[in-house]
Design a protein around this ligand. Structure first.
Ligand SMILES: [Cu+2]
Length: 437
């Protein structure tokens, strides 16, 4: 008896597909912030064995599918998370974006591996810049390669807030002209491999992000450099202002040869911000894509690969942006956001440490004068998350988003005028504090 075994010798043909998915319409109220929530199902992973080689995300009009301009809705930030197969208990942030519309771009031959039945999640924040409610969809597009073996990448994430809630930090300001706020975060390479791409994210006030290699005399492997919008760019025309406008682009890098990194080797991200002025709720985030390669056995300080490419926007912009005031806004009688010096209501005077209740979308004691060295404790008794963020003043700081009786205290040692807002309710939830000499 014979068995004929038919062996196909023809190679399986690689397939490249562009997969676009979008959410159901998401409604954002007038001048409101919307955060990821259970009403918007998590992103859907392509249910295949394969690789993502490119990815982008946008907010689009519900009817036309066209990208929505920032004067309507800002995609403040979005991060895609991969939880792996059900029960895998991992959280793998693999791609993120903000106003700058950063894309995941991997060099040829590399891909972010995906598997059937993966569960994805996300965190995002949208801001409606209009006085009427609006609806958009979040749309994400992936180039997916199947039936071909690519070199896999592992996203290695860096965050110079060093894990503060919201991944933000506050640049205090008050330094000399030209002075910098420098923050660092180090990670060790989880495997030996090659860095083949990188993507950085900052807010207004940033000078640059540097990914450095301490064992090679702190040399810079990747400098992610912001390009700022021209003076009349739409980013500078929106209101209310949630934070200093971000850049229109952050430079990325790719290299198919890759920069060799040994397992356990330290990599340090350095964020550099202007520290002459305060910059509240700043960010210094980077994802570096590392492709495992067992042939890398030790630290190499050899020159960067010849195919190292810097990707940046061709749009005209500015290298440096002048520091921006963040104004505060109240509701006008016809429901528009209007710039104000402070909230309505009388000035209240305190002789020392004071509590300010933040509830019902207001800071009670919205206008407050107190002596230098007093501590303000903001208390958040309600069931709605709020925070307190410095808009302008002698020193930058912000609280986390708080509720249900949580509090935040700050001793104000620098005299001057401070204005604050809640970043979740930036119109109307405002406060002015005068600290006397
Ligand atoms: Cu609030």
């Amino acid at each position: 008896m014979f068995f004929f075994v038919l062996v196909s010798t023809a190679p399986v043909e690689a397939k490249t597909q562009v997969i676009t998915k979008k959410t159901a319409p998401i409604t954002v109220g007038a001048y409101q912030v919307a955060l990821q929530n259970p009403d918007v199902p998590p992103p859907v992973a392509p249910n295949v064995e394969g690789y993502i080689t490119k990815m982008s995300v946008d907010v689009v009009d519900v009817k036309t599918g066209k990208p929505v301009p920032i004067k309507r809705i800002m995609l403040h930030h979005i991060v895609f998370l991969n939880f792996g197969a059900p029960g895998a208990r991992r959280v793998d942030p693999f791609y993120g974006d903000g106003e700058e519309r950063a894309k995941m771009i991997l060099p040829k031959g590399y891909g972010y591996p995906i598997h059937p039945n993966e569960q994805w999640g996300w965190v995002w924040m949208l801001m409606n810049h209009q006085s009427v409610f609006d609806q958009i969809r979040i749309r994400y597009t992936m180039t997916v390669v199947t039936d071909e073996k690519l070199k896999p990448v592992i996203p290695v994430n860096f965050d110079t807030s060093n894990g503060r809630r919201g991944l933000v930090f506050d640049v205090p300001g008050g330094g000399r002209p030209g002075s910098l706020d420098i923050r660092k975060m180090s990670r060790t390479a989880p495997v030996s491999g090659r860095l083949v791409a990188g993507l950085g994210h900052v807010h207004g006030g940033a000078k640059s992000l540097l990914l450095t290699q301490p064992e090679c005399d702190n040399r810079i492997l990747y400098r992610s450099q912001p390009t700022w919008g021209a003076r009349n760019h739409p980013f500078y025309k929106v209101r209310p202002v949630l934070h200093e406008p971000g850049p229109i682009n952050m430079s990325q890098f790719t290299s198919a040869r890759g920069i060799p990194i040994a397992e356990g080797e330290k990599l340090t991200l350095i964020s550099r911000y202007d520290n002459q002025y305060p910059h509240s709720r700043a960010m210094g985030l980077m994802v570096a894509y590392l492709s495992p390669d067992p042939k890398v056995t030790r630290t190499s300080c050899a020159p960067l690969p010849k195919d190292y490419k810097v990707l940046k926007t061709k749009k005209k912009g500015r290298k440096e942006v002048p520091p921006r005031q963040i104004n505060i806004y109240d509701w006008s009688s016809n429901g528009k956001a209007i710039e104000v010096p402070g909230p309505r209501g009388p000035m209240q005077y305190a002789s020392g440490d004071t509590t300010v209740v933040a509830d019902n979308f207001k800071f009670e004691a919205g206008n407050l004068t107190l002596p230098r060295g007093s501590t303000i404790t903001w208390s958040f008794p309600g069931e709605v998350l709020h925070n307190v963020t410095l808009a302008n003043g002698p020193e930058g700081f912000s609280s986390d988003r708080l509720w249900k009786g949580e509090t935040f205290s700050r001793k104000l040692t620098k005299p001057g005028n401070y204005t604050f807002f809640c970043e979740l309710h930036p119109v109307g939830m405002i406060e002015r504090v005068v600290v006397k000499k």
